[in-house]
Structures are given as structure tokens and as C-alpha cells.
Write a protein of this length. Structure first.
Length: 123
């Protein structure tokens, strides 16, 4: 479902065709499950993605017991501005500037940065 995405480069505003930003990757993974997400262009002004998700509270629901496919909202520095997708109890898929492209990482390496898990319910 996602192995073909590993290594695709990171680019701000990337929505496929050779590059993804973190939310572009989330959109692609949901699309593969038949779910069309609204497009929030990832701004360089950190914190805006979290604000946009919060303003779309009727579309996104914070979940206490995350499931495979839920979106993880993470903090980079002081801003909640990074997202990835839960793959199982231990791993998630994401991309960001320092990752070298789309990659799978352990949740344990990011647990201090995780702000919450969200499920899209706008469909």
C-alpha cells in the first residue's frame, strides 16, 4: 500500500508527481483508501496546519485510541505543524525536510513530539 512511496523526496507544497510534503503524503495515503481529504497547502509559517485542522473540527476528530490510518499531529520546535500516518502500534510513515524523503519511523523516536491522533470524518 505504501512501499512505492518510500524515498520520494520532500518538497513544500508537494502533492505527488515526484515529491510530497507531509500533508501531501497524508492526502495520498487517504486517497489510496478511497478518502478525498481537503487540501491544506503546507505553509512555511509553522503551526498553520494545526490551526487549519482545528478550524475544520467537524471534519477531523481527535481519537484517544488510534487505529491504523489515523493521522498523527506532531510538534516541530514549538509548533504543531507536522503530520504522518499510523501504520501499526509502533510505526508511522511521513516525510519532512530532514528525512531524505518519505520514510517509515518508530513512534518511540517521536513520542515526545506527538500532540494527538486524528481521524478524518468529513466524508
Amino acid at each position: 500500500m505504501h512501499s512505492d512511496l518510500i524515498g520520494i523526496p520532500f518538497r513544500y507544497g508537494g502533492r505527488g508527481d515526484g515529491a510530497f510534503d507531509c500533508y501531501g503524503l497524508v492526502m495520498e495515503l487517504h486517497k489510496r483508501r478511497g478518502i478525498e481529504l481537503p487540501d491544506y497547502l503546507s505553509p512555511k509559517d509553522k503551526g498553520v496546519i494545526a490551526s487549519m485542522m482545528a478550524s475544520q473540527v467537524t471534519l477531523w476528530r481527535k481519537v484517544e485510541e488510534p487505529e491504523v490510518g489515523d493521522v498523527i499531529l506532531m510538534r516541530i520546535g514549538i509548533f504543531n505543524c507536522h503530520v504522518g500516518v499510523l501504520l501499526d502500534d509502533n510505526e508511522f510513515i511521513h516525510t519532512y525536510e530532514a528525512s531524505g524523503g518519505v520514510c517509515i519511523e518508530s513512534l518511540s523516536g517521536w513520542d515526545r513530539r506527538i500532540e494527538g491522533y486524528y481521524r478524518y470524518e468529513g466524508y
